[in-house]
Design a protein around this ligand. Structure first.
Ligand SMILES: [Fe+2]
Ligand SMILES: [Fe+2]
Length: 504
């Protein structure tokens, strides 16, 4: 199957729209022997009648291959969605094409740039993926991206239920998720699913000085490749290729080299939102697990007040393994910034052992749950990591870098797009986070990203109850498990091949 993936054509006035670039795409659709064209939204600049008429005249009426289109936020401006239906058709649907299925959903919100897939559409997607799960190629198309995109500024406030969607796509082994919206091409391979963001095909608002572009996607039985072609010149081509139906059975883990206990949101305090029994049960279990290091990803105390800090220091001392911390907003509110240093040490902590380097980075800010690392800190962090010779490198912080199921995007790091891209490109092996109180783990490229649930507060979102994670680093694989704080029962969140394996 060969797909021509375009996005964000922004058909409108000459200030926003480059007609020549679109002509190039139309020509490409004729000569490239494609099976299908997919347009992932923002067909028009402002959703006006003359823009839709123009879209039909210069794009859709000239296509000689089947196509799938969804609306973007721009198409839904000024009541544009009604015109979309008149000119283009249903904004949602399922297309069966031989052994493939394309589920396409309108993720826009009228007169807003935000993205959301409401419950009805979410169920429609789930039902379609269930019905067609045997199809050999499963494609989902949404305008807004699910995974943070680099060079796109603020990452939050985009697809509000991105975590649930990510979970859905991974559970149903979707092969391809196609999006646009950010006008910057980007590709991630996450647990066998390829997430593709297209640049803008003919809009004049490009990012990072990039040219207009489109994607050429090839899928066969064994491989899936994504090629980003710039309209300005065919020389400038990025091509990424991934195996399909990867073997994910591991026979040989090798020796265990390191065990991390990963906890978050303990909320230690005298308040009854802190569950003492869960905390002390978990402490006994953790002490029996003989880990090498406990990483606390923030939310140590309920509030940054002396009473909570004194209690937290007393309770945390009862762990009989080394502990490193990274703060959440609540840890540094009130007097917390100073109390934190008095009771637990530096804001950014690290840990070294043999071939292991673990680095904390603060994403917390005063009096707000929002998180950001910032450009200066990010540059410094990756510079420091590059200076290290250890083969296993891990970064830990409070805020999420991937969207988390059962949570809105609130906990997502503001600069997660740039941070995640750099961490994956630098092949950081592990990123640990601790917001949104829901356990979750996935591998992005060769980087395993793990979020922890709340260890001991009433605010937790796992049906398994309060829990913590154990990350076992073996010579050949990483094993991530969730362990119930109260009962000590264990379930595996994932097993992934270590990134040192591919080079051998
Ligand atoms: Fe756009
Ligand atoms: Fe958009």
């Amino acid at each position: 199957m060969k797909i021509l993936h375009i996005s964000d054509t922004h058909i409108g006035g000459a200030r926003y729209f480059d007609k020549k670039a679109l002509e190039h795409v139309v020509k490409e659709s004729k000569k490239g022997s494609y099976d299908l064209l997919i347009h992932s939204g923002d067909v028009t600049q402002e959703g006006k009648k003359r823009h839709y008429e123009n879209a039909d005249k210069i794009l859709f009426s000239r296509l000689e291959i089947p196509y799938v289109v969804i609306p973007g936020n721009h198409d839904k401006r000024s009541g544009g969605i009604a015109l979309y239906k008149e000119h283009i058709g249903s904004p949602n649907g399922v297309l069966e094409l031989e052994d493939s299925v394309i589920v396409h959903v309108d993720s826009g919100v009228q007169d807003s740039d935000m993205g959301r897939v409401g419950m009805i559409k979410f169920d429609m997607m789930r039902n379609a993926l269930r019905k067609y799960h045997k199809k050999s190629i499963k494609v989902v198309v949404l305008h807004h991206h699910t995974i943070p995109v680099p060079m796109a500024g603020r990452e939050r406030n985009v697809l509000s239920n991105a975590g649930d969607l990510l979970d859905l796509f991974l559970k149903f082994d979707v092969d391809l998720v196609l999006s646009g919206h950010r006008h910057y091409p980007n590709v991630y391979h996450i647990d066998g699913t390829v997430f593709v963001n297209a640049g803008t095909a003919s809009g004049k608002k490009t990012r990072y000085g990039d040219a207009n572009s489109y994607n050429v996607i090839h899928v066969d039985e064994k491989r899936l490749s994504v090629e980003t072609r710039r309209i300005s010149g065919e020389k400038d081509v990025d091509k990424k290729e991934y195996p399909r139906h990867e073997q994910r059975i591991f026979f040989d883990f090798g020796k265990r080299v390191f065990r991390i206990i990963h906890v978050s949101n303990t909320f230690i305090s005298t308040s009854n939102i802190f569950k003492r029994r869960h905390f002390f049960n978990a402490q006994d279990i953790i002490n029996s697990l003989k880990g090498d290091l406990l990483i606390h990803c923030g939310g140590i105390v309920k509030d940054g007040i002396p009473k909570d800090y004194d209690l937290a220091q007393k309770y945390m001392k009862e762990f009989d393994l080394p502990v490193v911390y990274s703060p959440a907003g609540r840890d540094i509110n009130y007097l917390g910034y100073d109390l934190y240093e008095d009771h637990f040490g530096d804001i950014d902590q690290d840990f070294t052992a043999d071939d292991v380097y673990i680095k904390g980075i603060s994403s917390a800010q005063y009096d707000t749950p929002e998180g950001i690392i910032g450009e200066v800190q990010r540059e410094r962090l990756f510079y420091q990591l590059n200076q290290r010779d250890e083969s296993f490198k891990c970064i830990f912080l409070h805020h999420n870098v991937l969207p988390i199921p059962h949570a809105r995007e609130k906990g997502l790091l503001e600069d997660s797009g740039d941070f995640l891209r750099e961490a994956v490109d630098e092949q950081v092996e592990l990123i640990l986070t601790g917001t949104s109180s829901h356990p979750f783990a996935a591998q992005v490229g060769k980087t395993v990203v793990v979020n922890a649930n709340s260890l001991s507060s009433i605010y937790q979102r796992s049906l398994f109850g309060n829990s913590f994670n154990v990350i076992d680093v073996y010579e050949k694989v990483l094993v991530v498990s969730e362990i119930s704080s109260l009962w000590g029962t264990r379930r595996t969140l994932g097993i992934w091949e270590r990134n040192n394996q591919s080079e051998q």
